[in-house]
Design a protein around this ligand. Structure first.
Ligand code: ATP
Length: 260
């Protein structure tokens, strides 16, 4: 049984306003160690705003976010990786001129808080010579079925492969929470099934908690230990996937969409 004291991350009465638009309205939720939390909600519910606030790309108007009980309000996005919060992006931003291996290596550099791009590029050769980092990255690449293309460039890789590379890069930073922003976007049915296995495998092997923001409801319901549903910037349900799926306010929010 999970207790509040075990929370890895706590969102406390968080409000975000863009001019007159209240994107998040006093939302509170917790993420526990090594749990997979799915975050769902129709368009405009506030999922991306919350995600960006957790990454410190956005600043809240009021409320707080705690990681291991400590407020992350003063931190920058670069600080977050060093504090064990990793993320992937909806629109993949990989370094096009670098190899697959070196792209993943940049994630390991973030973990060491070498946030500046200059440090990353300057440090690549040095890092590469360090056996432990290399072995760890090769292990990650194997797990993600990328080992065979470790020395290949990014430019030739298709969308699904790029997503796995981004996944590997986020894990290279040794996060305790991995935030996945619509990882199923643009994937076919087979690739989504693979992603489902991958998310569980990653949680089990790397002992990370996972926050999964996703429109693909079947994936969320299958893979998550717990699901939080949002609508109009508020939390409308929080519980086991089947209970959230059947929740009247969730059904109402998704009226006309295939949630049941
Ligand atoms: N940068 C911004 N400036 C102004 N309004 C914004 C900004 N970002 C989000 N919003 C507004 O905040 C509300 C929540 O948007 P958000 O993108 O967080 O929802 P979402 O649940 O991620 O939606 P989607 O599933 O379509 O990505 C919406 O009304 C949106 O128009």
């Amino acid at each position: 049984m999970l207790h509040k004291g075990d929370a890895l991350l706590e969102v406390c009465d968080l409000t975000v306003q863009f001019g007159g638009v209240v994107a998040l309205n006093e939302i509170s939720l917790e993420i526990y160690n090594q749990e997979i939390l799915g975050l769902i909600g129709p368009n405009g519910a506030g999922k991306t705003t919350l995600f960006n606030c957790l990454s410190r790309l956005y600043r809240q108007s009021s409320g707080d976010i705690l990681v291991h009980g400590q407020s992350i309000t003063p931190f920058s996005p670069e600080d977050m990786a060093a504090r064990g919060i990793g993320r992937t992006f909806q629109n993949i931003a990989l370094f096009e001129t670098m190899t697959v291996f070196d792209n993943v290596l940049t994630g390991a550099q973030f973990a060491m808080n070498c946030g500046l791009a200059a440090d990353i590029f300057g440090g690549v050769k040095l890092r590469r010579e360090r056996g432990e980092t290399r072995d760890r990255i090769m292990h990650l690449l194997s797990l993600l079925d990328l080992a065979d293309i470790a020395d290949h460039g990014i430019a030739d890789q298709n969308f699904a492969v790029r997503k796995r590379i981004e996944f590997a890069r986020a894990l290279a930073a040794k996060p305790s929470l991995l935030m996945l922003d619509e990882p199923a976007g643009g994937l076919n049915r087979e690739e989504v099934a693979h992603l489902e296995d991958l998310i569980r495998q990653v949680r089990d092997q790397f002992k990370v908690a996972v926050l999964l923001v996703e429109h693909h409801l079947n994936l969320v319901m299958k893979v998550s230990d717990r699901v939080v549903a949002m609508d109009f910037g508020q939390k409308i349900a929080d519980g086991l996937p089947q209970a959230v799926r059947a929740h009247p306010q969730v059904l109402q929010a998704y009226l006309g969409e295939d949630v049941a």
